[in-house]
Ligand binder design. Structure first.
Ligand code: NAD
Length: 462
């Protein structure tokens, strides 16, 4: 695995200002696979200056040319797909097949969607006697997590570049090698120097310096609600734009008459994929009391099949945290029907695919984001109660509804306080807006809605 001993700033790999470094660990065997520099405020400042200097040129670049650079970026990512998959597997631990399909495949699709959007989007519109110009917001500070390391970078860099913004990325400390690979791809795609810059480093040091930098016009953050809240407060005090993509505790609601086996099996697969480290995972399964025990049996059997097919969680801290939540579920009286808190292997940060039945809405495991392979099954008596339970957390990021027909499922979905709902197993759409209601965040990513986060309007009265 190649690791750069420097920051990608102004089109070049430059030595870091400080001497500290971060060890990258493979969570499957706990071995160190590389070192990257731990950036300081000085590195962040150099990167923001480079982004600011490049802004006028990139903002004035015709959208068709920005689209061509994004198409080239998509092509480089596609050409280096296998290397991306191997890098994500090495630092995140996901099975290689999943890394190929999702961790490498989805960012290629998203980069492609922004190449198309940059070409087709109307950056000017007429409103009565006004010509409204949609202009880039400026320099973007992007702070990303480790759970979908490349997707979360491309979900910010794609629309930022399409809009004409320049950016500085501070990726998660657990997955910096994927971010370095992305910087190489940006370079290969011929995106001009300074338009994209990378500073690796610790959240409270480099991340905070980026969020607080007065040369940044928009902070786009994905990660925990605690850090998101602090970033939102900092941005608010500076009257600076902010986009927050935070946690979730989404519900998978099976209505009477739905295909129960399909709903449960797809639901378990959704929670177990990426070892449960998905902010939009449907971690609460809501089933009518008449089908409850059948659903519990199906879920336990489905989880058991995942036994050794899932990867580890990302690091030692998450390993402790996730198993702590499982122990808490047992202590609060939920019925364990698959898995448990014991580490299933001696080495690597593995967690057993776990299913709890008899979970009540106020339990910790029904309220807090666990970020591990843990499913909670709750019981409802009627639709109103199902809506109350589904909406009864501080989050509102995603969800699923299954019913005998689409119309019934859609009618139920309209009552959910959440940003995205899959109806009877609807497919992922890289152009559909993604983002949260309530404490799941502010703003939207992906597609045209994601692009507008990076634009500001200027009205000319003619
Ligand atoms: P985190 O919020 O600490 O980290 C996300 C990013 O923010 C990283 O790049 C990190 O370096 C940076 N960061 C951390 N502190 C910062 C600060 N003070 N200022 C600026 N940037 C800072 O998340 P984590 O510790 O990696 O994970 C903890 C929990 O967050 C998880 O268990 C999960 O519940 C949640 N999470 C959610 C998502 C999501 O997609 N919504 C992703 C990852 C983690």
């Amino acid at each position: 695995m190649k690791a750069h001993d420097g920051m990608y700033i102004d089109g070049d790999w430059r030595p870091a200002a400080g001497t500290e470094s971060i060890s990258v660990v493979n969570p499957a065997d706990e071995q160190v696979i590389g070192q990257v520099p731990a950036g300081t405020a000085e590195d962040v400042d150099a990167a923001v200056r480079a982004a600011r200097a490049a802004l006028p040129g990139w903002a004035a670049t015709p959208p068709a040319e920005r689209a061509a650079r994004l198409a080239a970026l998509r092509d480089v990512l596609a050409a280096r797909k296998e290397e991306i998959a191997e890098t994500v597997t090495a630092e995140l631990g996901s099975p290689l097949e999943f890394s190929r399909l999702v961790h490498a495949g989805v960012p290629i699709a998203v980069a492609g969607s922004y190449a198309e959007l940059a070409a087709e989007y109307a950056f000017e519109e007429q409103v009565g006697n006004s010509r409204v110009l949609l202009e880039p917001v400026g320099v973007v500070g992007a702070i990303t997590p480790w759970n979908y390391p490349l997707h979360q970078i491309v979900a910010k860099a794609g629309p930022a570049l399409a809009a004409g913004c320049t950016l500085v990325l501070k990726p998660a400390e657990d997955t910096p090698l994927t971010a370095q690979l992305f910087a190489e791809a940006v370079h290969e795609a011929g995106i001009p120097a300074g338009v994209f810059n990378l500073v690796t480093g610790l959240g409270p040091v480099a991340g905070q310096a980026l969020a607080e930098h007065e040369g940044v016009d928009l902070v786009s953050f994905t990660g925990s609600t605690a850090v998101g809240r602090a970033i939102g407060a900092t941005a608010g005090a500076a009257v600076k734009r902010v986009a927050l993509e935070l946690g979730g505790k989404s519900a998978n609601v099976v209505l009477p008459g739905a295909d129960l086996a399909k709903a449960v099996n797809v639901g378990v697969a959704n929670v177990m994929s990426n070892t449960g480290q998905t902010c939009s995972a449907w971690t609460r399964l809501l089933v009518h009391e008449d089908s409850y025990e059948e659903a519990v049996g199906l879920a336990a059997a489905a989880a058991a099949k995942y036994g050794d097919r899932i990867g580890p969680v990302v690091n030692a801290k998450q390993h402790e945290r996730v198993r702590g939540y499982i122990a808490k579920g047992v202590a609060e009286g939920a019925r364990l029907v698959a898995g448990g808190p014991e580490a299933p292997r001696e080495h690597g940060y593995y967690v057993s695919p776990t299913v709890f039945a008899d979970v009540t809405p106020e339990m910790t495991i029904a309220q807090e984001e666990i970020f591990g392979p843990v499913l909670s099954i709750l019981k409802y008596r009627d639709e109103d109660e199902a809506v109350r339970i589904a909406n009864g957390t501080v989050y509102g990021l995603a969800g699923a509804v299954w019913a005998a027909d689409e119309e019934t499922a859609v009618a139920f979905a309209r009552r959910l306080d959440t940003g995205q709902v899959d109806i009877n197993g609807g497919r992922f759409n890289p152009r559909a807006p993604f983002g949260g209601y309530k404490q799941s965040g502010v703003g939207r990513e992906l597609g045209a809605h994601g692009l507008t986060e990076y634009l500001q309007t200027k009205s000319l009265q003619l």
